[in-house]
Design a protein around this ligand. Sequence first.
Ligand code: ADP
Ligand code: MG
Length: 403
Amino acid sequence: MTVPLLDGVPRLGDLDVAGRRVLVRADLNVPLRDGEVADELRVSASLPTLEHLLSRGASVVVCSHLGRPSEFGDPATSLRPVADRLAALLGPPVALSADVAGEDARARAAALQPGEVLLLENLRWEPGETKGDPELAARLAALAELYVDDAFGACHRAHASISGVPGLLHGAAGLLLERELEVLGGLRDEPARPYVAVLGGAKVSDKLIVLERLLERVDVLAVGGAMASTFQLAAGRTVGRSRVEEDRVESVATLVAAARARGVEVLLPDDLVVAAEFASDATPEVVEADAMPEDRMSLDIGPRSAARIAEVVARAGAVFWNGPMGVSEWASFAAGTRTVAEAMASSSAFTVVGGGDSAAAVRSMGLDGAMDHVSTGGGASLELLEGRELPGVEALRTTQRES
Ligand code: ADP
Ligand code: MG
């Protein structure tokens, strides 16, 4: 039995924050382009909690990871652009410490006044972050009196800032984390039926375990994206030069057979949009999925397949979508993703989008507002839906309590 997600988790509203210094673990891991924030979803999603704290007279120390730093101080992964974006959206200036939880951070945190904001540099500049190092957790905890976890996108990782700090400070779930757990918890525990999962994106291997668990819960699974090619092989079809994961074909075949035996409808593409090369200006052609030319690769699902998924989505009770149906960054191969996004936007089903690239696609089409929920967490939303306990949530349940 899985515990309802928010059971025993302290909420932001439970904390008396006036005049206190609060460490907020946010997920500001945004894509950068030319030194600027390319998609600010995660920055804007962090605002309500920060505004809540500041308007109640707290001072706030915000921390986050960003990308995959090569070493301490790696300029390409500095949170500078995020500090600028955050300041522009939030109002008050946002100071950025030169280190993560070192001398500069300590001095700046100690000088913070109510209503002021300090952003720490990239948590992953400290190797202890991903190792869940208690020493780093202690240095972070020493920067504040209270802790708020609002980093839904990172709470599936047992990192120092996520699962270490709440053992040392009284912690609570921020507003974003609370909303994510509420929405996704509802989808996990009592989805409206039929419950449809639409999965696409790059790799099957990333998502195989999730798939297995999701297949125990959903009524329909529709597959697209590069992932579909591995399903095609498993179904005995050829895939030309499409991207596939040969070593996963057998697992996928087993998975699909088991799902069908349980009455789950598994939809594979009937037609595909293919090209001769992996390029944005390659010429798109539509082919039948069971007649894939040897010298072509699949870059999107075809119009009939997209329409079939749209139909299923239209009569669904709940829809969870993760992973674009094709290379949606390129206009010629974005139609499948667009059709699915539009079908979700106009469906009366409860619609949830999870995954960085899927969310970005939905936003770039201007359809994010028409979804019931666009999750800020890709991996975290998948792990939650598959029924796994999230270390960040578990840590809040057992957080240090102030008397
Ligand atoms: P999300 O971030 O939403 O979880 P993924 O990261 O799994 O999604 O997958 C997104 C990536 O998958 C995109 O960069 C997209 O270009 C790629 N992709 C989708 N379909 C294909 C395809 N048929 N061939 C190659 N790449 C694809
Ligand atoms: Mg992605």
